[in-house]
Design a protein around this ligand. Structure first.
Ligand code: PLP
Length: 396
């Protein structure tokens, strides 16, 4: 229900229901020992406890009150931006500027809202994190989706087609690509696919704002997963590559709210414009978390700790895929990251209700059921898939 005092911003007269929090609430009320909660987009260990990296929280607790209390500058602490930039771009990008945001949600908001005019279309994947739509609506723009998968393969074919079409009517086009480890499928575009996309964008005259949401990049398995960044730097001047980085997942600090918006190819004027706008939106970001992260990134311990969890996710993924294949359960192409999605065209709600009756909590999306590998321990993967199979057979 919309409160009568609130502006009617949303077409359907209601706020988007957050399926993640709905599932989470139901799961929290269930005390069954058989409960499997695959709805949480945070990392849980094999004892079903939320992972909180010691390497970060040790440094956080070393800070004095006086260190944590002050406002951070709106740009952020320079050593923090440098440390994140070095870690993220791994030498594949030389020229970039960045500023801190309260989580990458705000980085995405700043990137979208500052580049769209009222009514503009923003291109997002047809299967996507639902918050993109909210941010686009908050920015008075409109959503246009591109097909992310064709013949069960991730592709830029439809994105390219849609950019060509939109360039007939729009002088500046904002596009969002969530890779590696796309939410909700875990799909990652390959280096070659990126190369082809940038080569195409270099043929376009209109301005292109290429937003790459890398919220799950620190859980990518391949050492070449960052290689594609080098093409961003080689793009034409009418292309503005923006990378939105989330510290939530990478350092298990979801609640401390920290992210970075990077603009590739150094563009100080653009950063100044963002900062000006940030002053009226959120002012500044968490000081203590930035200080602790500077220290965390100086030591090897963090990398070791994260590697352990990357390996754990990889084992969960391998087991999931082996068992899903054995049981003939379909899933969207998955490379890495926190999520995997079972595609469903019909009876999604019925299937989900069947699973809830069996103490299984997943997230309903338009195109299927999202399973958070990040929150399902290895011993629960087979029982989860057996129940999913039962549900699929029941509602065939
Ligand atoms: C794809 C994607 N992008 C961005 C975010 C935002 O994360 P945060 O604002 O915590 O950095 C999330 C969080 O779930 C996400 O799934």
């Amino acid at each position: 229900m919309v409160n009568k005092f609130v502006q009617n911003k949303y077409k359907d007269n209601s706020y988007l229901e957050d399926e993640v929090f709905n599932a989470l609430e139901l799961a929290n009320q269930d005390n069954s020992p058989d409960k499997i909660n695959g709805s949480i987009g945070s990392l849980y260990d094999e004892n079903n406890s939320l992972v909180a990296f010691h390497s970060f929280y040790y440094n956080f607790r070393q800070l004095s009150n006086i260190q944590m209390a002050p406002y951070s500058s709106p740009r952020g602490i320079p050593e923090f931006i440098d440390a994140i930039g070095l870690n993220l771009f791994a030498g594949f990008v030389k020229y970039y500027n960045g500023f801190v945001t309260p989580g990458s949600t705000l980085a995405l908001y700043m990137a979208i809202s500052n580049f769209v005019k009222e009514g503009d279309f923003v291109l997002i994947p047809d299967i996507a994190w639902s918050t993109y739509e909210t941010i686009i609506q908050e920015s008075h723009a409109q959503v246009k989706t591109y097909e992310m998968f064709q013949n069960n393969e991730g592709t830029f074919i439809d994105l390219i087609k849609q950019i060509k079409e939109l360039s007939q009517s729009q002088k500046q086009i904002v596009i969002i690509i969530n890779s590696p480890g796309h939410n909700p499928t875990g799909f990652s575009y390959s280096t070659v696919q990126w190369l082809e996309l940038i080569a195409f964008l270099n043929t376009i005259k209109e301005n292109i704002i290429l937003i790459n949401d890398v919220a799950y990049i620190d859980y990518a398995y391949s050492s070449t997963s960052k290689k594609y960044f080098k093409y961003f730097e080689a793009s034409n001047d009418n292309i503005v590559p923006i990378v939105t980085y989330s510290c939530s997942k990478s350092f298990s600090i979801y609640g401390l709210r920290l992210g970075v918006l990077f603009v590739i190819k150094r563009n100080n004027e653009l950063i100044n414009a963002f900062i000006r706008s940030a002053q009226g939106i959120y002012s500044a970001s968490n000081t203590g978390a930035q200080l602790a992260l500077i220290e965390t990134l100086k030591k090897e311990q963090y990398k070791k700790e994260r590697k352990e969890y990357i390996n754990l996710l990889s084992r969960r993924k391998d087991l999931f895929i082996t068992k899903a294949n054995e049981l003939n359960i379909p899933y969207y192409p998955h490379n890495e990251g926190f999520f995997i999605t079972v595609p469903l065209k019909n009876k999604i709600i019925e299937i989900n209700n069947y699973l809830i009756k069996n103490h299984i909590y997943l997230v309903v999306i338009k195109q299927g059921l999202r399973i958070a590998l990040s929150s399902v321990s290895l011993n629960k993967i087979e029982p989860l898939l057996i129940k999913i199979k039962e549900a699929l057979d029941e509602f065939k």
